[in-house]
Design a protein around this ligand. Sequence first.
Ligand code: DGL
Length: 266
Amino acid sequence: MPNTTDIKNAPIGVIDSGIGGITVLRELLRTCPTENFVYIGDDANSPYGTRTAEDIQQLSLALIKHPKLVSIKALVVACNTITAAALDDIAQNYEGPVFGVIEPGIEEVLATTKNNHVGILATTATVESSVFDRALKSANPDIEVTSVGAPKLHEFAENNLDLVLGAPTQEIKECVVEHIAPFIDAGCDTILLACTHFPPYEALIRDIVGPDVNIIAPSVNTAKALRDTLEEKDLANQTTAKPNYEIISTAGNDEKFKKFSELLLK
Ligand code: DGL
């Protein structure tokens, strides 16, 4: 049994289907700056967003058995698609605190929308799971949810993050316009970026929807939930050693992960 100091110093595990969860890691590092993180991206099996729920459950349960996650003190499921399909299975198979990205996103949406018209931008698998529709409607039956699956936006961010962030091509801009149009048509006052790959599009979406629409990334609330739980459970790292993070790809394509992290974590 590790002693209390060892547990507090232990890293926090972060799992994702691939590279996109680095946008969540960015928020975790900002909100919990004294913690250490081990990030595992399952690029060997990515994307998850076009897979079946059964497939995603199996892959996720295998992912949490990664040797690098053996001595973590908490687990963050950075991926919306994994959270939607497998959070319960993961929680049953890992005994420490587990954090997904869907509940924090839903809480933020409920606290933000004024006109009860909400847009969800996600992967096809997350849209098909209807997890957001169910949760939002059970919290507030008056909410109207417009969901858009956006595999093409996922693909651009995956392969051309530098362009998305810095110099979007006409093709990227048009793709964003096309995917945001249903939210504008439905009069959404709040859009949830319910895929790890979508926070980098925030500026482009803002240009289209104007200043009055709320654009939410669930990772902000997830990071706060992690920080608060670590405090409550007396698990926060209190050493003064420089915190660090390790990013591992199950496909071993470290250069791709390095490039993506350099763009997001600089
Ligand atoms: N990380 C996933 C999410 O947040 C998207 C990537 C994938 O399809 O694997 O939904």
